[in-house]
Design a protein around this ligand. Structure first.
Ligand SMILES: O=c1[nH]cnc2c1ncn2[C@@H]1O[C@H](CO)[C@@H](O)[C@H]1O
Length: 524
């Protein structure tokens, strides 16, 4: 048989290139690819070379505790290897734009939180059953700031004389933690473990949606006792901002859970109402902005704003209270409240349709009060088909959501994908294991995506570098310019006003150019 001629082969190759380009033509970075600088193209090539090299070296090594590593593998086990790569080191210097989806209560490293808590003598801890080596994983600590007149003289949680359920000062409980349970280091491990998810839990012992949500919810129940005390909350927010800035994030829209009507003060009394939370938050924003100005880096932190959230186990009547509270806060702090969301385990709590009446009323009330508080809903977070969680996507879109939190299930619905692409509804994403992840499908369909860390304190994905890393290494299509587009989209789809957005865009482009110069000259 005659071999195809050179012309035939060339024609085949050119139709192949055209078909691939046509298929990928909806991707949002396409425009940027046409206009990118020579330096950016060079930087892209450098980073791709390092990625290819590391796929064959670092990712091929066997580790006793990491079975069959590969780039883009499930995050919790792969993290240790990710940290050894040069791609990670380089991406940690990349400007990331905005962080649009994170739950404040899970944004600060659990070890840092514990250290912070240990500085405050008002903090106490107790357990509901006697602690033993066998029950450390399930016998969780409960924390609380106590008023001085309720301080106790119990010195240890693990002593035979400890009356189960009694409060012990945190510092003392740590100092006196039984040597058989690891002493002080054992105490730290126990507490930190109660606020985080480890690979064994994620991929083995709790590997179903219900079980992992139980563990996940318990991390919040535990950490709340430490975080929601005024002086700690303040330091916590500050640390969240500082670590975000260090990671290249210059603006955050954080979800704050307003379910509890009061936070505790340093006096151990539950007496700090929501409006004071906002005052505190905005004081910390201003403080950090001022510090950045003093360091000559004013553009590296544009600020932080709040998506008001409450949890989907309340009744519709209770939701009316929260939406009115949200309107009142918006009127008093118009710059701070930028959205509204309902959060919690989507498979087991109430679907959005359950709240249709109060949510529609909320919209009407906003009109009456002359405020605008867009919905920014979680939806389609789990992978059922036609389940309530899946149907939440329809409600979120009908209710006019500006963005979708997670939307794992979105790709199943061609009409919804089309609406997201056309109306510019961005998806807020966190990444875990990449190969089974619908992210490339959304990107190829031209849906805008903002990478987000969601609950970094629980998963240990502090900052956004890990998320950008996973997206970059698990695809041959995604290059440096894809990452640039994802970061730029986080700015475009933020709720910032025009003036701030323009400033953030400008600051981003300056930093991006510096970053690209640095990567282009990186010696491979
Ligand atoms: O990814 C998530 N989806 C839904 N709800 C969440 C997620 N992460 C945290 N929370 C919820 O937010 C509250 C803290 O503000 C917690 O109650 C937690 O259940």
């Amino acid at each position: 048989m005659a071999a195809p001629s050179d012309t035939e082969l060339a024609e085949y190759r050119s139709s192949r290139t055209a078909l691939i380009a046509d298929d990928l033509s909806r991707r949002r970075e396409n425009a940027a690819l046409q206009t990118r600088s020579v330096t950016e193209a060079q930087a892209d090539s450098v980073l791709r070379q390092i990625r290819a090299k590391e796929a064959e070296t670092i990712w091929r090594e066997e580790h006793p505790d990491v079975k069959h590593p590969f780039p883009g593998m499930e995050f919790l086990t792969g993290k240790r290897i990710i940290l050894q790569t040069r791609v990670f080191e380089i991406l940690s210097k990349m400007p990331k734009g905005a962080l649009l989806h994170a739950h404040l209560d899970a944004t600060v490293n659990a070890c840092f939180l514990l250290e912070l808590a240990l500085k405050h003598p008002f903090l106490h801890v107790r357990v509901a059953q006697p602690l033993s080596a066998a029950n450390l994983k399930t016998n969780l600590p409960e924390f609380r700031a106590l008023p001085a007149d309720e301080f106790t003289s119990h010195a240890s949680l693990t002593d035979a004389t400890y009356p189960v359920g009694a409060w012990v000062a945190l510092q003392s409980a740590r100092r006196a933690f039984a040597p058989e349970l690891g002493g002080e280091a054992g105490f730290d491990k126990w507490v930190v473990g109660s606020m985080t998810i480890d690979p064994g839990e994620a991929y083995d012992t709790h590997n179903t949606v219900e079980k992992i949500w139980d563990k996940f919810a318990s991390t919040f129940i535990t950490s709340t006792g430490l975080i929601r005390v005024e002086p700690i909350w303040r330091a916590y927010i500050r640390e969240f901002f500082l670590t975000s800035i260090a990671d290249g994030v210059s603006y955050v829209e954080v979800r704050i859970n307003f379910l509890e009507k009061f936070m505790l003060g340093a006096d151990g009394q539950e007496n700090i109402p929501h409006r004071n939370w906002l005052i505190l938050f905005s004081e910390v924003v201003d403080e950090v902005k001022e510090e950045m100005r003093q360091q000559g880096r004013p553009d590296d932190f544009i600020g932080g704003k709040i998506i008001y959230s409450t949890i989907k186990f309340i009744t519709p009547e209770e939701l009316d209270w929260y939406t009115e509270d949200c309107i009142a806060l918006k009127k008093e702090f118009p710059e701070l409240i930028i959205g509204f969301d309902l959060v919690g385990a989507e498979n087991t709590l109430k679907p959005l349709i359950y709240y249709a009446e109060p949510l529609l009323r909320f919209r009407a009330r906003q009109k009456e009060e002359g405020v605008d508080i867009p919905f920014i809903f979680h939806a389609g977070e789990t992978l059922g088909d036609g389940t309530e969680a899946d149907l939440n996507l329809y409600d979120a879109i009908l209710l006019g959501t500006k963005r979708i939190g997670h939307g794992y299930s979105l790709i199943k619905h061609p009409k919804l994908v089309e609406i997201c692409r056309e109306r510019g509804i961005a998806v807020e994403r966190l990444t875990s294991s990449m190969l089974m992840h619908p992210l490339p499908a959304l990107l190829n369909n031209g849906v805008a995506v903002a990478l987000c860390s969601d609950d970094p304190a629980v998963f240990g994905n502090m900052g956004l570098t890990f998320d950008f890393y996973q997206v970059f290494v698990a695809s041959e299509v995604n290059g440096l310019s894809t990452l640039g587009t994802l970061a730029r989209d986080s700015i475009e789809f933020s709720m910032l006003g025009d003036e701030d957005k323009t400033r953030l865009r400008g600051a981003f482009e300056r930093r991006w150019n510096e970053f690209v110069e640095y990567v282009a000259t990186y010696v491979v």
